[in-house]
Write a new protein. Structure first.
Length: 193
């Protein structure tokens, strides 16, 4: 079963989501929700899904970057993005406690802003504290694409969308991104835009 993913303009996408208590996290209601969100993320398909995207203002997101998604990229593109597979996991009440000064810019999309993409600068390395699906505290050190996914999903829990950070002039349809820009190095894209 899958849930409907809400699109840009839904007020819930702009709210600050509510933190979950330990009791709420281990409740069957939230455990069932996590399963539904996982199924919905796979179906989309996407590498992350935050609860506000399915209409619930809760500090909860699911993440998984599957190896099959890497097939659309060359080895050079994966290296440039520092992208490799990330196992399924859940982040609850997350907080970014450290960010590198270094930022990197790549095209980024969102299941709530389809079918568009744009260049979004993100911190290369971050440290996140959160709870997992068993309400246990977890510290995550992430870099590269995984750090980007975490920043994207945590933004959702604060009512922020990737278009709020998008490089002006780089917002475009995914179709045109594939047609004109996908193969170009980012520095060249920025130059041409
Ligand atoms: Zn998103």
């Amino acid at each position: 079963m899958k849930l409907k993913i809400l699109q840009l303009g839904e007020p819930v996408l702009r709210q600050r989501a509510k933190e979950l208590t330990r009791e709420e996290i281990i409740s069957s209601k939230i455990q069932d929700l996590i399963q539904l969100m996982q199924d919905t993320m796979y179906d989309a398909p996407g590498v992350g899904l935050a609860a506000p995207q399915i209409g619930l203002a809760l500090q909860l997101a699911v993440i998984e970057d599957r190896s099959q998604y890497m097939q659309n990229f060359t080895a050079a593109q994966l290296t440039e993005r520092e992208r490799s597979s990330v196992a399924f996991h859940v982040i609850i009440n997350p907080e970014i406690i450290r960010r590198s000064n270094e930022q990197v810019e790549f095209f980024e999309g969102c299941l709530s802003i389809t079918p568009f993409t744009g260049l979004v600068p993100r911190n290369l390395v971050i440290t996140v504290t959160c709870l997992n699906e068993r309400a246990e505290p977890v510290t995550i050190e992430a870099r590269g694409w995984y750090a980007r996914i975490l920043q994207h999903e945590i933004d959702h829990l604060h009512g922020t969308l990737c278009i709020d950070h998008v490089r002006p002039r780089s917002f475009m349809t995914i179709e045109n991104y594939m047609k004109y820009w996908k193969e170009k190095p980012i520095a060249e894209v920025i130059n041409l835009l």
